[in-house]
Write a protein that binds this ligand. Structure first.
Ligand code: UD1
Ligand code: CA
Length: 442
């Protein structure tokens, strides 16, 4: 998607140096997972949507881990990292970026790393507002949440013009009663920001340099300030605790499910369906309740998944495949119209078109040291309760009997029938119909 010039930022700075103490976790806050990707990936999406000349990520607590995660997302060449040590506040986090920003960083958008639900379109609209109505000044996002929990409050004068932001901890009781809050998303005039940052003071309740004080400085200089109110309060979710993380996950999950519903995927019960970010699902596919579909899964058209199915990374369902209850699929390609309807583990495999996997089948892919692959041809019939020990190959049209234990490297030929423990091939009785099948000598 191309970003129109009026919605494009010069620079984006993502603040991600904080400890996130209230998460009660050793993991850096911005690396907690939300729908199959770290929190910061969602914020990077917003930054990229602004198509800026530079993206700066400020790291501190867990800096190496955070930087490695951003690189693992493929953004290593697009992002510059600045270390903030120690962390002396959100204003200080911008001060340490001054040399990266230079004298004129263009319209500079600041995003907090703990706001994963902000929509790219909202950030683009904020930039457009700065350019149209607050050129030389700043535009910021505000909201009117039911509960202002911990947010800075927006101060306005008698005529309604924004004059400042007061942090909850510094606020008088009257200021605390203000319902309009600061979301921590700003689009600043670049040179104005660069000039204001060195002037910040830390004379406040937390002894920190507050980025929010730049707003008062702008007002003092007669620069324009525009507040843009978000009406979807989910976007305002700042994640400070694991409970907030769960709220953010649900909000993002609904967005993902709504996009699939719009593209023709029938999801019977969104409330019990987990689909990670980036999963491809073809139109006409039905997802039944209590199903978990992780990142890195691809599902074709007219498939059926669930109820109670789990598709993990590397699962690929070709058109018309069916995965039923209590079936786990990992790193396995399930061919067109192949079926595994009940109680199975299919790991590290390939299953050809129209094969049928009986109830209770296991691809025993792990020998305690290494993972191995199971390959099934087309129209294979795997009897109920079969264990196929990998590595193994089963040819087109072959059959395993119920309860067969197919030991490793059995490599069953096309059309053969193997039964028993350990499984052995059945020979067709010479002379035609009737009579019990005999064991064939290897
Ligand atoms: C901040 C705002 C507040 C706003 C709220 C919205 C300030 C002074 N206050 O408060 O007005 O309502 O966000 O969520 O800005 N960070 C750093 N380095 C630091 C401090 C923080 O990188 O030295 C990062 C944190 O990792 C986090 C973000 O900045 O991603 C916000 O910091 P946090 O301490 O959570 O700010 P709040 O107290 O929530
Ligand atoms: Ca916060």
């Amino acid at each position: 998607m191309t970003t129109p010039p009026n919605e494009r930022a010069g620079s984006v700075v993502i603040l991600a140096a904080g400890l996130g103490q209230r998460m009660r976790s050793a993991r850096p806050k911005v690396l907690h997972a939300l729908c199959g990707r770290p929190m910061i990936a969602w914020v990077l999406d917003v930054a990229l949507a602004l198509d800026p000349e530079r993206i700066v990520v400020v790291t501190g607590h867990g800096a190496e881990e955070v930087e490695a995660a951003v690189r693992a997302l493929g953004h290593g060449s697009r992002v510059r990292f600045v270390r903030q040590e120690p962390q002396l506040g959100t204003g200080h986090a911008l001060q340490v970026c001054l040399s990266e920003l230079g004298a004129d960083p263009g319209v500079t958008v600041v995003l907090y790393g703990d706001m994963p639900c902000l929509k790219p379109a909202t950030a683009r609209a904020l930039v457009a507002t700065q350019r149209a109505r607050a050129a030389g000044g700043l535009a910021l996002l505000t909201a009117l949440p039911d509960e202002p929990r911990g947010f800075g409050r927006i101060l306005r004068d008698a005529r309604g013009a924004v004059t400042g932001i007061v942090e909850e901890r510094d606020a008088t009781p009257a200021e605390r009663a203000i319902e309009e809050v600061n979301l921590g998303v700003y689009a600043f005039d670049g040179p104005g920001l660069v000039a204001a940052l060195p002037q910040l003071s830390n004379a406040n309740a937390q002894g920190e340099y507050y980025l929010t004080d730049v707003l008062a400085a702008f007002v003092g200089q007669g620069r324009r300030v525009e507040a843009v109110e978000v009406d979807d309060l989910d976007e305002a979710l700042g994640v400070n605790t694991l409970a907030h993380l769960a709220e953010a996950r649900w909000s993002l999950q609904l967005r993902i499910l709504e996009a699939h519903l719009e593209s023709g995927v029938a999801i019977e019960d969104p409330a019990t369906t987990y689909v990670d970010h980036g999963v491809e699902i073809g139109a006409g596919t039905r997802i039944l309740p209590c199903t978990v579909i992780r990142a890195g899964v691809r599902i074709g058209r007219d498939c059926e998944v669930g109820p109670f199915a789990q598709l993990r990374a590397g699962a690929v369902l070709e058109d018309g495949a069916e995965i039923g209850n209590f079936v786990e699929v990992k790193n396995t390609r399930v061919g067109p119209h192949a079926k595994a309807k009940h109680l199975a583990y299919l790991g590290d495999g390939q299953i050809g078109a129209r094969s049928n996997i009986g109830a209770g089948t296991i691809f025993a892919n792990y020998d305690g040291v290494q993972k191995h692959t199971t390959r099934l041809g087309e129209r294979v019939f795997v009897g109920s309760g079969s264990v196929i020990v990998a590595p193994n190959v089963i040819g087109d049209g072959a059959t395993t009997g119920a309860g067969a234990i197919v030991t490793r490297d059995s490599n069953i030929g096309a059309g053969e029938v193997w039964v028993g423990v350990p499984a052995k091939p059945l020979a067709k009785k010479a002379g035609g119909a009737g009579g019990a099948a005999q064991e064939r000598r290897p």
